[in-house]
Design a protein around this ligand. Structure first.
Ligand code: PA5
Length: 428
């Protein structure tokens, strides 16, 4: 389902460093698989794949179908792990431009009143549903946006309670009480699944289903990756699944002085999956003064901005390409009579043919410069393969964090900005 190539990293890592990292990756992988590592009360993202809840998938699909029939727009209100997964999967799989169907729009993922104001104008006269998603139920950004959007729904429709869906934890407090009082439909975020690991719970699955995507294939793509690579313990590096082997290379590169991992994709549709990956890795690893800085690029766009640095800037960056092997595009490059740009030699070729040459040329150029290069390739850009890569990265980040000696599943540092912000707001 996924094809990996770590040779461009192995060539840059000293043999003893790589061997040591691989040995630690075996231990870290086994900690994860046995459920005995730090933060092991947060492994619901694995156990839910071991026992898929088909009834829940059906319930989500039923509501998604209703919303698809009734609504012009679904506004999803959430931030961080309560938004990035749905955004990533929808951007990866739904057509970029659509003339029909429900628009899935995000709100509550920042504090811009200008954005909300413009959104309210956009919603005027349309049939709108709102899905508010917050595990804690108390996060400021979605709570404020939901106040505004709830007011809009209550003013605009006779049946507001039928148009608001709440996705929260069983005991989230305020939001859960509001949902029960008002009779909103509710989905539960399991207690043992942290925000950034929650894309395959109702947090991500309801918006993804409303966007017209097949959540069963997505979920079962992750189940396949979990079953094939995430369940058996390993006795040697050769037995490690690719996700743990990727973790070993990342940490070996980190310990060799490469402090930034650049996830680079050649498909703009995968850029938001990069944003999801960035949160997953940044929040899971970046603690106790440790961790790779996760950066994201879309090529060839960013080759015209970051390409120079990657080629021969400060050699502290390594690159992980996230590519798609089989791109199904049929658009071919037209021939012109005048051939003024001299590009008729490409006439009849697909854009993916040109993009493939760009990838191969870029990989060769960067790896011959200062940058170690790895590659993770999806066979195709489908629900099943995106589900598989979601589990792949979740497994890899847990193994990498255990190798660094940090708990992958907490995020104590995120609280600091909230304290500073709330103390100022309460003083004002
Ligand atoms: O990964 C995480 O836990 C965070 O990014 C949260 O998802 C984010 O802070 C939003 O939290 P909540 O869902 O409680 O509103």
């Amino acid at each position: 389902m996924l094809h990996t190539d770590f040779s461009g990293a192995d060539a840059r890592i000293a043999d003893d460093v790589l061997a040591g990292a691989q040995r630690r990756a075996v231990d870290a992988h086994n900690l994860l698989v046995s459920g005995t590592g730090p933060g092991n009360k947060w492994l619901g993202w694995r156990t839910m794949l071991a026992a898929p809840n088909d009834a829940l998938l059906e319930r989500l699909d039923r509501l998604a179908n209703e919303i698809r029939e009734e609504a012009d727009v679904l506004v999803c209100v959430g931030i961080g792990g309560s938004y990035l997964g749905a955004d990533a999967v929808i951007a990866a799989l739904a057509p970029a431009f659509r003339s029909h169907g429900v628009d899935v729009i995000f709100a509550g993922h920042h504090l811009s009143g200008t954005y909300l104001d413009s959104l309210l104008r956009h919603l005027e006269g349309k049939s709108v549903y709102v899905n508010v998603i917050s595990k804690s139920g108390t996060t400021l950004e979605p709570a404020l946006a939901f106040r505004v959007l709830r007011g809009f729904v209550e003013r605009s429709f006779d049946n507001p309670e039928a148009r608001i869906v709440v996705t929260t934890s069983r005991d989230s407090g305020a939001l859960q009480h509001l949902a029960s009082d008002k009779g909103y439909r509710q989905f539960v975020i399991p207690d043992d699944v942290g925000g950034r690991f929650s894309v395959l719970t109702p947090v991500g699955l309801l918006p993804i289903a409303v966007a017209g995507l097949d959540i069963r294939s997505l979920f079962y793509g992750a189940v396949s990756m979990y079953t094939n690579t995430g369940t058996a313990s390993a006795t040697s590096p050769q037995e490690l699944p690719a996700a743990a082997a990727y973790a070993a290379r990342r940490i070996a590169l980190y310990e060799s002085g490469y402090k930034t991992e650049l996830l680079a994709t050649m498909e703009p549709e995968l850029a938001r999956l990069g944003a999801w990956w960035q949160q997953l890795f940044g929040e899971s690893e970046g603690k106790d003064g440790k961790g790779l800085f996760p950066a994201v690029s879309t090529f060839t766009t960013d080759l015209h901005s970051l390409g120079q640095f990657i080629q021969d800037g400060d050699p502290t960056v390594f690159e992980s390409f996230l590519i798609v092997r089989n791109v199904s595009d049929s658009l071919t490059i037209p021939e012109t009579d005048d051939n003024l740009d001299g590009l008729n030699y490409l006439a009849g070729r697909t854009f993916s043919h040109v993009n493939r040459a760009a990838f191969e040329g870029t990989r060769e150029a960067h790896s011959s410069g200062t940058t170690p290069v790895m590659q993770i390739a999806l066979e195709r850009r489908t629900e099943e393969h995106v589900g598989a890569v979601i589990y792949f990265f979740q497994h890899a980040v847990a193994v990498g964090a255990y190798m660094l000696g940090v708990n992958p599943f907490d995020q104590p540092g995120v609280e600091a900005y909230k304290k500073g912000m709330l103390s100022r707001l309460k003083q004002a």
